[in-house]
Design a protein around this ligand. Structure first.
Ligand code: ATP
Ligand code: MG
Length: 445
């Protein structure tokens, strides 16, 4: 993408309404625009990151054997009357009447709808296990939308629902979600810690929240610092191997890690003092096993191999897709702007032309642009007629992890500069070597 023909409305001034750094940087970098309290347009740069995050979520869900689909944002109230939640949900639910006077609502979550789909089409244990998920906009009329996309009213969520014949199978689905989430967040360059959580209005007693440690997080968290050393890495996970998946969950949940809702000072105090940490965290996901809470009242029943009719065991599992942008920025920025992890960056690298209009510099930039594109990489080329300082400031603000700087003096000796956004370190090399290095970083050799 050439910056001269892109739409990147960066702000020079700090927007007064933004209280936390991620919100400020998303506005300044021209990623989002607020349209009403807690409701945002995703401008092109923000949209690119959002899509990248969605892609990673899809890839890891499909890898775990879960099946993508898409349910609507609007739902009939009747389904929620069946489960008993229409009245319980309260003011957070946006209720709408259509022209015929029928009660509708903008979905805050989809347990009822997915249970309805299931009961209409599945009746035998032979069709289980089954996990369906979608990535769809939700609406919750939050009393205090704030912090930009972190606590919106309209927000994008991945929500998945497992259907299993018994509790053991459903717990395996729960574990599968835990492991797939660990991998999902790691690919985004995030450390998200599964913490034992309280079940809240969705119900059930088996639940973990995934928290990204950040001083601006809304949850108070208590943990053994040993938990922050764990990584899944490139382990080969066989998602149908119950024992292996369970062992990984046990490894990641062995160190103490809880939110204030489930915190137990008696256990916590037994952790060696130097490892005992109290902090704050951003909830980027949650998994639940809730048994037959919805299948029973809604009649989602299967016939077992013994011919019995039993309500299915279910769980629901969510990832805050749009909130993740804020969480990633909270975890990865400096005074000059965002620092995107390679996994989610909107462009793979930037190209800064120090002397727009100089024939040799321009053509070196064009050649770099073409060579990167040929490797399947998407550079953002700053080809505007601007001072070098302004170009660097924009690149730092939008946070691409790598920058190639091209100027007449370097080009005279066939050299460009490759700079890491994270460390600020620069290295001089030939344009070919810079392309090869970036291709290697992104595994596109
Ligand atoms: P919270 O406690 O933050 O209100 P929740 O527990 O009500 O969230 P869930 O029902 O668990 O939310 O939804 C799954 C995920 O969706 C959450 O882990 C969170 O990352 C994200 N999420 C929930 N509410 C919002 C919101 N208002 N804005 C953005 N993301 C949200
Ligand atoms: Mg939650």
């Amino acid at each position: 993408m050439r910056l001269s023909s892109y739409f990147l409305p960066v702000l020079k001034e700090n927007p007064a309404e933004a209280q936390i750094v991620s919100h400020r940087l998303m506005l300044r970098a021209g990623m989002i625009r607020q349209q009403a309290a807690g409701i945002y347009s995703w401008l092109p740069l923000g949209y690119r990151v959002l899509r990248r995050i969605e892609e990673i979520v899809h890839e890891e869900q499909i890898r775990a054997g879960h099946i993508p689909m898409l349910m609507p944002t609007l739902q009939p109230a009747d389904l929620w009357r069946e489960s008993g939640r229409y009245d319980d949900y309260g003011e957070e639910m946006l209720r709408i009447k259509d022209r015929h006077g029928r009660d509708m609502l903008y979905g805050p979550t989809n347990e009822e709808m997915i249970t309805d789909i299931f009961r209409s089409h599945v009746s035998s244990y032979k069709d289980l296990p089954l996990t369906l998920y979608h990535i769809q906009w939700k609406f919750r009329d939050e009393i205090r939308p704030r912090f930009g996309v972190m606590r919106g009213r309209e927000f994008l969520m991945k929500d998945g629902y497992n259907f299993d014949v018994d509790k053991d199978a459903a717990i395996h689905a729960y574990n599968r979600h835990m492991v797939s989430y660990l991998r999902t967040y790691e690919r985004m360059g995030l450390k998200a810690i599964p913490m034992r959580a309280a079940s809240g209005p969705i119900g059930g007693d088996n639940t973990h929240e995934f928290l990204v440690l950040a001083s601006t997080g809304e949850s108070e968290v208590f943990y053994d610092s040993a938990v922050t050393d764990l990584t899944l890495g490139n382990r080969d996970v066989n998602y149908s191997d119950r024992d292996q998946v369970k062992a990984i969950c046990e490894e990641f949940t062995a160190p103490y890690a809880r939110t204030d809702e489930t915190h137990d000072p008696e256990i916590f105090d037994k952790i060696p003092e130097e490892r005992r940490k109290v902090g704050r965290g951003i909830e980027v996901g949650q998994i639940f096993y809730f048994g037959t809470k919805y299948s029973e009242p809604m009649g989602a029943v299967v016939t077992t191999d013994k011919g019995e009719r039993v309500p299915v065991h279910m769980g629901s599992h969510g990832i805050g897709v749009s909130r993740l942008l804020g969480a990633i920025i909270e975890a990865s920025h400096d005074d000059n702007g965002i620092i995107w992890p390679e996994g989610v960056t909107p462009f793979h690298c930037g190209i800064v032309n120090l002397k727009q209009g100089d024939t040799s510099t321009d053509s070196a930039c064009e050649a770099l642009y073409a060579a990167l594109a040929k490797k399947g990489l998407a550079p953002l080329y700053d080809d505007r007629d601007e001072r070098a300082g302004a170009k660097f400031a924009t690149m730092d603000l939008v946070g691409l992890p790598w920058r190639i700087t091209v100027g007449p003096r370097g080009i005279a000796k066939h050299a460009v500069e490759l700079t890491s956004r994270r460390t600020g370190e620069s290295e001089e090399m030939s344009p070919e070597a810079a392309v090869a290095r970036i291709a290697q970083i992104y595994g596109r050799t």
